[in-house]
Design a protein around this ligand. Structure first.
Ligand code: MRU
Length: 375
């Protein structure tokens, strides 16, 4: 593994950063005044990941050259967010096939890597979805398996960015008046192949003059809101105010929020939505206060095999993540912790599900089936 570090860029959030050798680094992409972040890029030999554990204090890239290292990076949150880990897994598979194809028993060795990738995090279905696509491709016995899997990974990568752009437009169209919106965790460029799902909607709505300010939950315990969402939005000049997770309901009560806009890690066949822990509480509060609740997610996040939210596996992470911060313990000595990192919002609390195939208002089993049946 190679680590490349850049300066933290304290000279202005929207400026491109420079590598030690003076080369421009990952933050240079701009479209329509909106910057994008290269969460991950593949050069054929290595997968380069922006290390999200240390943002925004450090801008550091890890370069990985085998599938087990990619699986470890997913497990350890170097790369996170459902679509981003799906794309990373696809590139991890490409590395595995490139390393093993042609040798005796190579399919078994690749299969072991695919299983390691698949099991690196349990809730986001995009991971299994990407790995299943690689398996199905290998089952067709392509003449050059390494080239074929690399092309598949690149197409999954490109399709995710395109899907986010479409969702951005469709989600923004639902916002009928200039307003403040609230988001949770990070469902931005960092959580996807680019542009973002929930933050894609916010970016598009901002460019149409519809966003006054974004309230961002800090999102304990990994602080994806404080560290990542705030960083991304500031780079685009979108006003953002951080709030403690517990302040969201009070903000709604004060009339400060018109829409809650979030992403998803897995959506069941009946429209129940698994997303970062705390999302369910937001949905309950939103309905109570007449605030609209939008979920933006590509159809690769819908899992028709899960009949409803009860079938979605919920990741439990180490107690240490709650008992301290940045390696410093602050909880009372002897205290234990329960640390589920996702929850499930019942479909009935979702006003709009925005996908690249279209918007589903008040999703239910029939509407989800009809959505999946459209090409
Ligand atoms: O634990 P994380 O940071 O991977 O959780 C991410 C989320 O919950 C996101 O909201 C979700 O993956 C949607 S990302 C477009």
């Amino acid at each position: 593994m190679i680590i490349t570090a850049w300066s933290a860029g304290h000279d202005g959030p929207a400026k491109a950063l420079r590598g030690r050798d003076g080369s421009e680094c990952l933050m240079s992409g701009r479209t329509n005044g909106m910057s994008t972040v290269d969460t991950l890029r593949f050069d054929g030999r290595r997968l380069h990941l922006l290390d999200q554990r240390v943002l925004p204090a450090q801008v550091r890239e890890l370069s990985l050259d085998d599938a087990p290292a990619v699986a470890a990076a997913i497990r350890d949150m170097v790369v996170r967010g459902a679509p981003a880990i799906g794309v990373a897994a696809a590139y991890g598979a490409a590395l595995s096939v490139a390393a093993h194809a042609g040798s005796t028993g190579w399919r078994e060795r690749v299969e072991r890597d695919l299983q390691t990738l698949e099991q690196s995090r349990p809730t986001a279905v995009n991971l299994g979805w990407a790995v299943r696509r690689v398996r199905a491709l290998l089952d067709t016995a392509p003449p050059d398996p390494a080239a074929a899997v690399r092309a598949l990974a690149e197409s999954i990568h490109a399709a995710d960015v395109a899907a986010n752009r479409r969702m951005g437009e469709m989600g923004a169209a639902l916002i009928d008046t200039r307003c403040q919106v609230l988001t949770h965790c990070n469902a931005g460029a960092l959580a996807t192949a680019g542009y973002g799902t929930a933050l894609g909607v916010i970016r598009s709505a901002w460019s149409q003059g519809k966003i006054e300010r974004v309230l961002a939950d800090e999102t304990r315990p990994w602080l994806q809101g404080a560290r990542l969402t705030a960083w991304e939005l500031l780079r685009d000049g979108i006003p953002v105010s951080l709030i403690a997770d517990g302040a969201a309901t009070w903000a709604m009560r004060q009339g400060l929020v018109r829409w809650v806009i979030v992403g998803a890690d897995r959506i069941a066949a009946n429209g129940d939505v698994a997303n970062k822990i705390g999302t369910y509480a937001l949905a309950v509060s939103a309905r109570h206060h007449g605030v609209r609740f939008m979920v933006a997610a590509p159809t690769s996040t819908i899992d028709p095999q899960c009949a409803d939210g009860d079938a979605i596996p919920i990741e439990q992470r180490a107690a240490d993540e709650l008992l301290g911060l940045s390696g410093q313990r602050h909880a009372a000595e002897g205290a234990d912790a329960w640390n589920p990192v996702f929850d499930v919002t019942p479909a009935a609390l979702v006003d709009a599900l925005v996908t690249e195939k279209g918007v589903v208002e008040r999703p239910d089993r029939d509407k989800i089936a009809a959505l999946l049946a459209t090409s």
